[in-house]
Design a protein around this ligand. Structure first.
Ligand code: PMP
Length: 371
């Protein structure tokens, strides 16, 4: 019997079991080298091969064209919130942001520290419970880029397709919480970034997929470490790369490939999320937070009839080996994060617990009564 429990954490989050098991061995001795992955030089042959393979598998998975670089950059998505405007938001220009949650707001805040920002749409008025529709988006006359957050981890909403952007304007996406959960047409974007710790690996490294012309267009006045150019020229080895994070990402890419690629991930994720949403739709005790049509397949947010019951739910679930279900502190309620590596059996176990909890507390007022 496994001593692991179901981990619904929003991130750092569950990783594929074979990857974790393999990493245990490779920490001791990787590729028969007699040295563990944590101890290898980032400039040695063993790591050179790891990073080359990671890039190769990443390119294969997402069908990344030759005019895009794949970069592994230390730091997190929050560093990308800053690097994006530092590189591209030059004086006199305006950057457009589609504001669909707290993470998008944080990206805006960093951009405002650098230059002029236009909020082309904001879901704040409806508490970020849905993605703005096309009619609600108003771009500025000539934005230097448009930034969006593909999946809103806190509210459990997700864009189902890229919004139209003005012709020739690069779309820049924070895909931290849904990267490689479904096929992605990289050519629709100028830059895609994601912190690793949800769908790709451990915290501390971000994946950046960037088109060559944006590397060229980036500011040359920044410290090198903050320029995409430096990371591209040095093939992610400008500084001592986050070797372990890159290694784990590489193993996750291999696992996705072996599991059938992004199409297969999308199918599995849709199936897992449907188990939860169907149950939410069928009853009146719990209430799903996101509006139908904007629902995330990665983070399923819901509440019980009262805040007290929310609290009780999360605590009792944890005692049953269903961990990490408490919603984000800014949203409350519950959140089940069911990224690529999260098993279907864990979703079924959650629904079984939800039914049981509902039976025990059915006399509570319907969730509709809650503000
Ligand atoms: N963007 C999104 C969509 C996120 O969910 C998060 C973290 N949960 C971040 C950015 C920030 O990531 P980090 O803390 O790694 O900078």
């Amino acid at each position: 019997m496994s001593d692991r429990i179901y981990n619904f954490s929003a991130g750092p989050a569950v990783l594929p079991e074979p990857v974790v098991k393999r990493a245990q061995q490779d920490v001791w001795n990787i590729a028969g080298s007699g040295i563990g992955i944590l101890e290898h030089s980032h400039r040695g042959k063993v790591f050179e091969r790891i990073i080359a393979e990671a890039e190769e598998n990443c390119r294969h998975l997402a069908g990344i064209p030759g005019n895009y670089r794949v970069l592994f950059i230390q730091g997190s998505a929050s560093l990308q919130f800053a690097m994006v405007p530092m590189n591209f938001l030059s004086p006199g220009r305006v950057a457009d942001y589609l504001v669909t949650g707290v993470w998008a707001e944080k990206a805006v805040k960093e951009a405002k520290a650098i230059g002029t920002v236009h909020e082309a749409a904001s879901g704040k008025a409806f508490k970020f419970t849905r993605i703005p529709n096309a009619a609600e988006i108003r771009y500025s006359p000539n934005p230097v880029y448009v930034h969006l957050t593909t999946n809103n981890t806190i509210y459990g909403t997700q864009w189902t397709a890229e919004p139209a952007v003005p012709k020739g304007v690069p779309l820049i996406a924070d895909t931290s919480s849904d990267i490689f959960s479904r096929p992605i047409d990289v050519t629709r974007y100028g830059l895609i970034y994601a912190g690793a710790q949800k769908n790709l690996g451990p915290a501390g490294v971000a994946l950046v997929i960037i088109r060559d012309d944006l590397i060229e267009a980036g500011s040359t006045g920044l410290p090198a470490i903050l320029q995409y150019r430096a990371h591209a020229v040095e093939r992610s080895l400008y500084n001592t790369a986050p070797t372990f994070g890159i290694y784990v990402m590489g193993e996750v890419f291999k696992w996705i490939r072996e599991s059938g690629g992004l199409q297969a991930m999308a199918r599995r994720n849709a199936e897992k999320a449907a188990i939860l949403y169907d149950y939410l739709d069928d009853g009146t005790f719990y209430r799903g937070v996101a509006e139908a049509g904007s629902r995330s397949l990665m983070n399923v947010c819901f509440c019980a009839p009262t805040e007290q019951l929310d609290e009780q739910f999360a605590n009792e679930a944890a005692k049953r080996g269903l961990s990490g279900l408490k919603g984000h502190r800014s949203a409350g309620g519950m959140r089940a994060s069911i990224y690529n590596a999260f098993p279907k059996a864990g979703v079924e176990a959650l629904v079984a617990f939800m039914k049981e909890f509902e039976r025990a507390h059915r006399s509570a007022p319907a969730t509709a009564a809650r503000a």
